[in-house]
Design a protein around this ligand. Structure first.
Ligand SMILES: [Zn+2]
Length: 465
């Protein structure tokens, strides 16, 4: 099946122009004005023509920070690749990078195979992984090279989650030395694990156990300390690093200070931190549990820093940290906030939130939206220009976006299995009308019409040598 998208306003991280996009098979093959369908090769009956007049044509959006299969805090995140793919695609995301999160006793290669088995043949979105390194004894190090060679060109480390997922400093240093030699970027959850554990103990032991205490247990300085630590090790080893879900002013400034010293550090922030503040986690009757994630939601003033960071392209990416848990699962933390599974499901809402609360409010332009929600992830993680832009030879991952569509965010429309929507009832301006993955239409008029199992693993070379 060939695809012709006519008269759309094509928007990439650098361009903004009206033209037709023609895709033969899985690839974009022509971008021109006034392409005549009758003059195109092949059977006209095998050509789908989409009228995009008055609409934007974006490259498929990329979410570089997603959890789908996630054993965590005594339970499992509730989505699977079927529900998460639908949610991603309905929201215009055509490629996602999931975190492989093994336990501290698991073998890395086996964990990688386990995660692959959850996606292959089920996903309808294209997918890739960051490999979490939660142990790094000398005898298992060879497994990481095998995983990198198989196409997983990025690592994830946790400075948080003491005793469960965090590496000690000796292993962190050794890993970063190795990552630099392999050209593998190290993504990192930056919160000081010891400080968080100590703060949790103080709060819980004095009876401060509600979800409103989650934020105070890990204040901004805990995150800034983590960013500083990561950047110090990056400076010493020469490794390239990427701070995931950077949530606040002082953490962003730590990364920028390191960048000015010459450290190769890139900054990711995630959509909940742009639009939700700490007051949501303080909601009464345990409702705040729906808004517990780490780093926690912050004081509202940090939101301007994040939007302006994206506008000036000092913050590279807007991801989600999609980690869906049901209200019943959140209830595991009734006795203490330390047992509330962390996460705010957002994979379906991300792009529309950025459009509604970023672009239409004048906080950033359309090209910057594409840059932060697609192009930068493709460039940093070795998928560009196959993904992340609209040019001849790129994958035909396209989002025809109707900026005039108006509605609200609501649970009734969401594909995630989480049984609440953190943005329920909020105004939504714009939505994806047609979404394609490698030329196949997966969404029409905002509805998922795709096929289970058509998503492909995107093998990525290390690109930070
Ligand atoms: Zn995460």
């Amino acid at each position: 099946m060939a695809l012709l998208i006519r008269n759309g306003r094509i928007i990439t991280a650098t361009d903004d122009h009206i033209a037709d996009v023609y895709c033969a098979g899985e690839t974009i093959t022509r971008i021109e004005r006034g392409l005549d369908p009758k003059a195109l090769p092949g059977d006209p009956k095998q050509l789908e023509v989409i009228d995009a007049a008055g609409k934007y044509v974006f490259p498929g959006f990329i979410d570089p920070h997603v959890h789908i299969y996630l054993p965590f805090m005594g339970t499992w995140a509730i989505d699977d690749y079927e529900s998460a793919s639908k949610a991603a695609l309905a929201g215009g995301t055509t490629t996602l990078i999931e975190m492989i999160c093994p336990g501290p006793k698991d073998q890395p290669w086996e964990a990688y195979q386990e995660w692959l088995s959850k996606a292959r043949g089920i996903a309808s979105v294209d997918f890739s992984y960051h490999m979490s390194v939660v142990r790094y004894e000398p005898e298992i190090r060879g497994q990481f090279l095998r995983i990198v060679k198989d196409g997983v060109g990025s690592f994830k480390v946790f400075l948080a989650y003491k005793g469960a997922l965090n590496l000690n400093d000796a292993d962190l240093f050794a890993l970063m030395e190795q990552a630099r030699k392999w050209g593998v970027i190290v993504t990192a959850h930056c919160e000081n694990a010891d400080a968080v554990a100590a703060m949790q103990e103080i709060l819980v032991s004095s009876g401060r156990t509600g979800p409103e205490w989650h934020g105070p247990s890990r204040p901004p300085v805990v995150e800034a300390d983590g960013v500083h630590h990561l950047c110090a090790f990056a400076e010493l080893t020469g490794a390239h690093v990427y701070t995931v879900h950077t949530s606040c002013d002082i953490a962003v400034k730590e990364a920028l200070a390191a960048r000015l010293r010459g450290v190769n550090v890139w900054i990711e922030s995630v959509i909940p931190h742009f639009v939700l503040d700490e007051s949501y986690a303080e909601r009464a009757n345990f409702e705040g549990a729906q808004y517990v994630m780490s780093p926690p939601l912050r004081q509202k003033g940090n939101q301007d820093v994040l939007w302006n960071g994206v506008k000036t392209r000092t913050i590279s990416t807007i991801a989600t940290d999609h980690a869906p848990f049901t209200l019943e699962q959140k209830n595991m933390g009734r006795s203490a906030f330390t047992r509330i599974p962390n996460g705010i499901p957002s994979i379906q809402e991300r792009v529309d939130l950025v459009h509604t609360y970023g672009v239409t409010r004048g906080r950033l332009g359309l090209q910057t939206m594409v840059n932060a929600c697609s192009t930068q992830a493709a460039m940093l993680f070795g998928m560009y220009p196959k993904k992340g832009t609209i040019q001849v030879g790129s994958d035909a991952d396209l989002v025809v976006y109707d900026p005039e569509w108006q509605g609200t965010f609501q649970k009734a429309d969401s594909h995630s299995k989480a049984d609440y929507n953190a943005y329920e009832g909020w105004t939504k301006q714009g939505r994806a009308s047609v979404v394609t993955v490698r030329g196949q239409v997966q969404v029409r008029d905002g509805k998922f019409v795709g096929t289970r199992g058509t998503g492909q693993f995107v093998a990525r070379e290390p690109t930070h040598g």
